[in-house]
Design a binder for this molecule. Sequence first.
Ligand code: FCX
Length: 432
Amino acid sequence: KQKFAEKAAALFQENRAMLKEHGDKIIDQVAIRQLYGGMRGMKSMIWETSELDAYEGIRFRGYSIRELRKLLPKAPNCKEPLPEGLFWLMLVGEIPSQEEVNWLTEEWKKRGELPARTTAMLDAMPADTHPMTQLSMGILSLQNDSVFAKRYEEGMPKNEYWDAYYEDSMNLIAKLPRLAAYIYRRTFHNNEHIAADPSLDWGANFAHMLGISEHADFKSLMRLYLTIHADHEGGNASAHSTHLVGSTLSDPYYSLSGGMNALAGPLHGLANQEVIKWILEMVEELGTDTPTNEQITEYINQTLEAGKVIPGYGHAVLRQPDPRYIAQRHFAEEYIKDDAIVSIVWKLFTIVPPILQDLGKVKNPWPNVDAHSGALLMHYGLKEFSFYTVLFGVSRAMGVLAAGVWSRALGMPLERPKSMTSKAIKEFLKKS
Ligand code: FCX
C-alpha cells in the first residue's frame, strides 16, 4: 500500500503538469464508422495496468505472458506463476519479490471469510441459476461491508478515495475463490462444501475448494489460468464496465458486479463455455472423439451456415493467435498432450482460420483465450462448463480492481462520452 501510494502520488503530479502543457494535443480522430462499430480502436481512456498490442498480445506493465511465466514468483514445485504476483505487478508496477508475494498471499487469507448472509442468499436461489448470475449477486451481497461506501458517507476527502478502494478491492479479491467455490459446490455437488486450506496460496486454495482434483498439476493450471485471464487493457467489455461504474464513485462491489455482467455475454467471457459446448456437441453428433479433418470442416461450415459464430475464434483487437491461448497450449503439451478434446482443440487451430479467412469479413481468424481453456479444465474433471466463466471472472477481478485503485488515485472523473443520433449524423454529412 505504501509503495502504491508513493508511485500514485508521483504520477498524479506528473500527469497534472503534462496535462497543463499538452492537454489540448490531438491524440486520435473519430470516424463515423467507429460510432456505429463499437468504438473499435478509439483511444478514449487511461488504463495503467496492461496494454494490448494487436500482434504481440497483452503486456502487463510491459511484460508479456511468456516473460511473466519466467519472472513472477512461484509456489514450491510449480512452474507457473503465483497470480498474487501479477496483482502486485499491476498495482505497484514492479515484479514483486517472493517475500512480497508471500505477504500478499497471507493478507488475502486473513480477508477471505464469506459472511453468512452471502451463503444464505445463494442457498435461497434455484440451483439452476446460472453460475455467473450467482457470482454477480454474491459480489453484490458483500457490498454491505464496503469500506469505500462507509467512508464516503462519513465525508471522506477525494485524496483518500484510492485508500478505501484499495481496502475493498483487497477484501473482495480475497473472498472471490471462496464465493466461486461455494457457487460451484452448491450448484453441482449437493451443497457439500470443502473448507479452505490455510497452508495453500490463493490459486491452489481455490483449486482445493472446488474439490475436483487434488492433483498438483490442477493447482498449477489454476495458478496459470488465474494469471493469464486477469487483464486485457481497459476497453474490453468487463474492464470497461467496471471502470464506468467505478467512475460514478460506486464502490468496488457495485463496479465488479457490473463488470461480471458484461463478462457473462457469449461474445466475451461466456465464449469459454460456448467453445466446449460446441466441441462436445460435435463429438456427439459425429459419434467419435477422434474426428477427421473433413468431419471437423463440415461441422464448422454447418455452424456458419446456421448464422452462428465459431466460439473461441476472432477478436476485436488481436490480429494474431492470442498469447493466452499459446500459454495454455504449452501447458497442455507438457502435461496432457494425449487428451482427445485437447487434440480436437489443436486440430481446430489449423482448420478454422482458413475457413474464417475465406468469409472475407472476419478481421482476425485466429483463436482467442477461450478456445483452449475448457479442454484443460475438462481433463482434470471440471466438466460443468456453465461454471467456466466464473473462473474467468475471479481472475479478471484482479486486473479491473487494480486498475480501479489507480483510477481513484489519479482522480479520474465521471465517465461521460458524447452520443449522437443517426439524424444528427445525416445533418453533419449535409454540412460537410
Ligand atoms: N465466427 C464467425 N464469424 C465471425 C467470427 C467467428 N469467430 N468472428 C468475427 N466474425 C464475423 C462477425 O460476426 C462480423 O460479422 P457481421 O459483419 O456479419 O456482423 C464480421 O466477422 C466482422 O467481425 P470482426 O470485426 O472480425 O470482429 P468483432 O470485433 O466485431 O468481434 C468478436 C469480435 C470476439 C466478438 C468475434 O470475433 C466473435 O464473435 N468471436 C466468437 C466469440 C468469442 O470467441 N468471443 C471471445 C472473445 C475474447 F477473447 C473474450 O472476450 O473472451
